[in-house]
Design a protein around this ligand. Structure first.
Ligand code: ADP
Ligand code: MG
Length: 717
């Protein structure tokens, strides 16, 4: 084996002569060196980062045959073809090849003439195959897509589990053969599982490259009905194209594509839908047209972009909540491969959460459903139809429960439609899996509501703790003033109280004029007309009220007004009812093309848009009931009179904030908004729970700064 000093040169030389690459990409050389030194290693880098080279180069340098385990035939064929084209001796063994080829591969392997042997994991189940492999000592063993080994990973492959059993025999020796596990997605739990399953010895972990310096990530709450308009406005700007939009349903993908393509909004964008309901020929055509630049936007529901090698994608939009952070990261990662600034937008709302809950319940029914079916099973085959008819469960519930039982070994269904009882072990694996799915969604939700830098959160999610503490400076958390899509914000507790009061006031009557309602509630002094209208608007959006335009004549003059009335949901509203109450919070500038010119709320003095500010000034609160509320100030924005003690606390908080902002190298408002700071000084919370109740203090902020802030609130003098 080459000594460390030399191995760099050997590796560099091979990089150029065999692969024709001028230089290593980030981290490749360090990984190759560790492999050359005989270390077991786990390599986690994003797709496209160049992981294959990290096992291929040391394999060639070390000599002997490298065994490569790969879960996908297509992937294996692709890698093998590339290596063969570079003049290397390569063979494959998988179910897609005929026997003669596989037999020849075995012969070549045993004679030691191969540099690479690719095998599919299920081959290990073939009697005699692992023993055949163990007759020779490979130069190294690479396990591609290693996350498949973990049941915590998203593509769990039971066959991968067997690797752990066979590896010891394959790598045995005084100097064990190095094992390299490679994957693009492994959360810390999955990483630990891979290391344990493969029985890696003092492994080195390389987890790199998840940070994307040119992506500005935005996450915003946008009610469902507003999304199409927002997307259309965003993409009207040609500098935001080419773009991929990830839709949540086939229907949404078609309607969005149609809307973008229609000229109704004053522009026509060459857009097309892409989903599983389209035949493969159409999908292929969409893909090719997008690649060639003939299409500018693709609205997709499924893994669109996998086969795409398009570097200049400027925008990726998620029109709904993604199911996993892994999937989300892959998808936004398709933007800006050329390194030029690109933006990604994730639109979500409470409604998405309900959809996910619905799918989760449908796909993972309660374990006692499974138990009910399991109890009815016997060694004697019984017709499924009879069991279903006798079951207390609904038809679909029964079928789902039986399907899950079968997957987890609790039932066996034969081709004749008869079912027999299986083993009792189903419960444990089923519950683990259901729990895992629920947690994945939980993580996406936490990400959307977090007050941490978006990029840093993702980098940390993939296990790179070292790089996960630096804020990106670009996302909607780091640079709220630069955010394009800040359409709505959640109602504050006091706004919710007012909404409750409005509902209570309306409960006894059929309908009320909005002006009367505002006067009745004595809100005039507390809320501006605009703020009041914004709340009404939010109530309509949440389905609590309906608004009707009306008019009457007075002294020959037609006077228009609006009547508001509770819906059934509004009648039911109670203080604790979980409703989605989103307040309009400024909009994308060009949103105006479709309706009244909206205005972005002023977020920070330095960065506010002078044009937007001017437009804002022109809007007077008295204009006849705008269909949309154009500008909404938060209720908390009303200046609070601080007591002397409060003033002292505020001064301490400001001093701390300045130091913290300097330390983190972020603007002060990223640490804490003025509004929040004043509210904290005013409330002087005594514990984390009270602190959390203050608007602008999310769980992440409380966790990070809570202790210090509470200390500053409690200090005297
Ligand atoms: P991964 O497995 O990490 O998704 P691959 O190993 O398939 O990525 O590599 C992605 C692409 O990058 C391949 O086309 C590969 O040839 C190319 N590549 C890898 N390393 C280099 C390098 N040092 N210089 C130039 N291209 C490289
Ligand atoms: Mg790969």
């Amino acid at each position: 084996m080459a000594k460390d000093g030399e191995s760099g040169d050997v590796l560099g030389e091979l990089l150029r002569s065999v692969f024709g690459f001028a230089r290593f990409r980030a981290n490749q050389e360090a990984v190759c060196r560790a492999a050359m030194a005989g270390r077991d290693l786990l390599l986690v880098m994003p797709t496209g980062a160049g992981k294959s080279l990290c096992y291929q180069l040391p394999a060639i340098a070390l000599g002997g045959t490298a065994l490569v385990i790969s879960p996908l035939i297509a992937l294996m064929d692709d890698q093998a073809a590339k290596l063969t084209a570079r003049g290397l001796r390569v063979a494959r063994i998988h179910s897609g090849l005929d026997r003669g080829v596989a037999r020849q591969a075995c012969v070549d392997y045993l004679q030691g003439t191969l540099q690479f042997l690719f095998i599919a994991p299920e081959r290990l189940r073939v009697p005699g195959f692992p023993e055949m492999l163990a007759k020779r000592r490979p130069g190294l063993i690479a396990i591609d897509e290693a996350h498949c080994i973990s049941q915590w990973g998203h593509d769990f492959r039971p066959d991968y589990r067997m690797l752990g059993r066979y590896l010891p025999a394959l790598r045995a020796g005084a100097d064990p053969v190095p094992v390299l596990a490679l994957t693009a997605t492994a959360t810390p739990a999955v990483q630990a599982d891979i290391l344990a399953q493969l029985g890696m010895v003092k492994p080195v972990k390389f987890i790199h490259g998840f940070r994307r310096e040119n992506l500005a990530i935005e996450v915003a709450e946008v009610p469902m009905p507003e999304r199409a308009g927002a997307i259309s406005s965003l993409l009207a700007d040609p500098s935001r194209r080419p773009a991929i939009v990830y839709a949540t349903s086939r229907k949404q993908s078609e309607s969005l594509a149609a809307e973008l393509y229609s000229t109704a909004s004053g522009h026509r964008i060459r857009a097309a839908a892409y989903h599983a309901g389209l035949n493969s020929e159409i999908r292929e055509r969409v893909q090719t047209a997008f690649q060639a630049g003939e299409l500018e936007v693709v609205v997709a529901t499924i893994a669109f972009g996998m086969g795409i090698d398009k570097a200049d994608i400027r925008t990726v939009i998620h029109a709904g909540l993604p199911a996993t952070l892994e999937g989300y990261y892959q998808e936004i990662g398709r933007a800006g491969r050329d390194g030029a600034p690109s933006r990604t937008y994730l639109m979500h709302s409470y409604a998405d959460q309900r959809t996910h809950d619905f799918f989760l319940n449908r796909d993972y029914p309660p374990a006692d459903h499974l138990h009910q079916v399991f109890k009815a099973l016997a060694e004697e085959p019984q017709p499924v139809d009879e069991l279903r008819a006798a079951s207390k469960l609904g038809e679909e519930e029964f079928d789902k429960a039986l399907e899950k039982l079968e997957i987890h070994g609790g039932a066996r269904v034969d081709f004749g439609g008869n079912v027999t009882v299986g083993g009792p072990g189903w419960k444990k694996t089923y519950e683990v899996q259901a729990q895992f799915r629920a947690e994945q969604i939980e993580k996406v939700l936490r990400y959307t509501t977090s007050t941490d830098c978006r990029m840093a959160s993702l980098v940390k999610h993939f296990g790179d703790m070292a790089d996960g503490s630096r804020p990106c400076g670009l996302c909607d958390v780091c640079d709220p003033a630069g955010a394009v899509l800040r359409l709505f914000r959640r109602a504050t507790p006091s706004e919710r109280d007012i909404v409750q009061a409005i509902a209570d006031d309306l409960r006894g009557v059929d309908s009320k004029a909005t002006g009367t309602l505002q006067r009745n509630l004595e809100l005039v002094g507390r809320l501006s007309r605009n703020e009041f209208e914004a709340l009404l608007d939010a109530m309509v959006r949440a389905g609590l009220t309906e608004i009707e335009e009306a008019e009457f004549e007075k002294a020959g003059e037609l006077i228009r007004f609006r009547k508001v009335r509770l819906t059934a949901a509004g009648l039911d509203l109670r203080a604790k009812t979980p409703i989605e109450l989103l307040i309009s919070d400024g909009m994308v500038e060009e949103f105006g093309r479709r309706g009244p010119a909206p205005v972005r709320r002023k977020k920070s003095k330095s960065k506010s848009n002078p044009v937007a500010a001017k437009t804002a000034a022109k809007i007077t609160p008295s204009i006849a009931a705008p269909a949309r509320i154009l500008e909404v100030k938060t209720i908390e924005a009303v200046p609070v009179q601080l007591s002397t003690v409060g003033e002292a606390v505020a001064a301490r908080l400001k001093e701390w904030r300045a130091a913290e902002a300097k330390r983190l190298r972020v603007p002060a408002y990223v640490v804490m908004h003025d509004r929040t700071l004043t509210a904290v000084a005013h409330a002087r919370p005594a514990n984390p729970k009270q602190l959390l109740e203050i608007d602008g203090m999310g769980p992440a902020k409380v966790e990070k700064f809570g202790e210090v802030i509470l200390g500053l609130c409690a200090a005297r003098g």
